[in-house]
Design a protein around this ligand. Structure first.
Ligand code: EPU
Length: 343
C-alpha cells in the first residue's frame, strides 16, 4: 500500500526548513505504486491540472512560499544495480530516490570515474537530470545515458536518451516541456574504469596539494571536493538553505567587454562565444555578502547561498532574494535568474 498523509507539514522535507503544509503527501517507494497513486481520489481530483502536482526528492532545490494545496509525491525509489560492464566502462541504473551522494560513494569506492567531482551535492538521483546538477567543472549530463520516467497524463513509460533530455546549464526538458508531467523512476549512468582527473576548478588542485597527493585516485578527488564544499557551503541540517539561489548569468562578449570597462575586478568563465559571470561576485560587489535581514540572509562564505537562520518564511526569503536581484540589476544591468524553484 502506498504511504499517504493528509495536511502534513513539509518542514522535514525541504532543506530550507520552511514550515508549510501539504494537503496530500505520498511516499512513492516503488514504480509499482504508480498505479495506486493514479487511482487515489486526491490524485483524480486534480483532473489533469498538473500545476497541483509536485514530485519531490530531498527538497534541496525548492522554496515554498505558502501551503501547497495539491498533491506532493515524495520520490523514495531506491536501489543501485550494474546493468552492463566491459573492460573500459560500467553502466549502472539507480533508483530516483537514491541519495545522490550515496551513488557517488558507490561508484567511487569501486574506482569508477566520472562522478567524483559531484561529491556531496545534496538531493536525489532523480533530481540530478532535472536541473542537470553540476560542480567543479563536471555536470550530470556528462555521465547520464538514459532517464526512465512515467508520464502521468499519457500513462506511458518514457525512456529518454541523453540527447532527448535537452541538457543545458542547470536546465533540461524536465524543467520545460515535461515540467510536472512525469515521475522520473530511475537514471542510467555510464562511468569509466580508466579516468582522467578534472582538477582545474575552484580549489580542487590546491586541496590535493595540501594533502601532498600528486596522482589522485577517484577517492582522493571526491574527498577533496567534499572538503572544499564543507569549507564553503552551509550544511542544510544545521542552517537551512538550497545551495546556489541564483544561476551564474551568461552574457554576450560585447556585454562582458562593457562590464570589464566599468568594473576592473570582474571575472568570467568563457563558454563558447559567451561569458559566465560568477553571481557570487556580483552579489558581493553589491554589498550583500554575509548580510542578514530578520531570519534570512546571504551566507557569509558564499553569498550566492541564501539561508534560513531559524523560522524564516518562504516569503521572507523570496523578498530578500528580490532585493538582491534589484540591486545587482541597478549596479550591473544584469538579471539574476533563480536557480531554486519557488512554489
Ligand atoms: N566569489 C566571490 N565571492 C565569494 C565567493 C565566490 O566573488 O564570496 C566568486 C569568485 O570569483 C569565485 C566564483 O565566485 O571564483 C565562483 O565561486 P564558486 O567556485 O564557489 O562557485 P559558484 O559559481 O558560486 C557554482 C555552482 C555550485 C557549485 C560550485 C562549485 C551554480 C549556480 N552554482 O557556484 O552549485 O557547487 O559552482 O563548482 O552554478 C548549486 O547549484 O546549488 C551549487 C551549489
Amino acid at each position: 500500500m502506498i504511504d499517504y498523509c493528509r495536511n502534513i507539514s513539509l518542514r522535514p522535507y525541504n532543506t530550507f526548513g520552511v514550515d508549510v503544509m501539504a494537503a496530500h503527501l505520498f511516499h512513492l517507494k516503488s514504480p509499482d505504486q504508480l498505479q495506486e497513486l493514479l487511482d487515489f481520489p486526491a490524485f483524480k481530483e486534480m483532473s489533469g491540472n498538473m500545476s497541483q502536482l509536485l514530485v519531490m526528492g530531498q527538497g534541496s532545490n525548492i522554496l515554498f512560499t505558502g501551503d501547497f494545496q495539491g498533491v506532493v509525491v515524495r520520490n523514495e525509489i531506491t536501489g543501485i544495480r550494474v546493468i552492463d560492464e566491459d573492460e573500459t566502462s560500467v553502466v549502472i541504473e539507480a533508483g530516483s530516490g537514491v541519495i545522490w551522494n550515496d551513488l557517488v560513494d558507490f561508484a567511487v569506492s569501486r574506482g569508477w570515474w566520472g562522478i567524483e567531482n559531484l561529491a556531496l551535492i545534496p538531493g536525489t538521483v532523480g533530481a540530478a537530470p532535472v536541473q542537470n546538477i553540476g560542480a567543479y567543472g563536471a555536470e550530470a549530463a556528462d555521465i547520464i545515458l538514459q532517464v526512465r520516467a512515467f508520464h502521468l497524463q499519457n500513462r506511458e513509460w518514457l525512456v529518454l536518451e541523453n540527447s532527448d533530455c535537452g541538457f543545458g546549464y542547470r536546465d533540461s526538458i524536465f524543467k520545460r516541456e515535461l515540467r510536472n508531467k512525469t515521475v522520473i523512476c530511475s537514471v542510467v549512468f555510464r562511468l569509466s574504469k580508466k579516468g582522467r582527473p578534472r582538477l582545474d576548478y575552484s580549489g580542487i588542485r590546491e586541496e590535493l596539494d595540501k594533502k601532498h597527493v600528486s596522482e589522485p585516485s577517484v577517492m582522493d578527488i571526491s574527498a577533496a571536493v567534499a572538503s572544499v564544499r564543507m569549507s564553503k557551503l552551509p550544511d542544510p541540517a544545521i542552517i537551512g538553505n538550497a545551495g546556489s539561489f541564483f544561476k551564474n548569468p551568461v552574457v554576450s562578449e560585447s556585454d562582458y567587454r562593457r562590464l570589464q570597462g566599468a568594473f576592473a575586478g570582474i571575472k568570467a568563465h568563457r563558454q563558447g562565444d559567451q561569458y559566465k559571470i560568477p553571481a557570487a561576485w556580483l552579489i558581493e560587489q553589491a554589498g550583500w555578502k554575509g548580510s542578514r535581514e530578520g531570519n534570512t540572509g546571504s551566507y557569509e562564505k558564499q553569498p550566492l547561498i541564501l539561508v534560513n537562520y531559524g523560522n524564516a518564511t518562504g516569503q521572507e526569503i523570496l523578498s530578500f532574494s528580490e532585493k538582491i536581484q534589484e540591486s545587482v540589476f541597478t549596479m550591473f544591468g544584469i538579471i539574476l535568474e533563480r536557480e531554486v524553484n519557488v512554489r
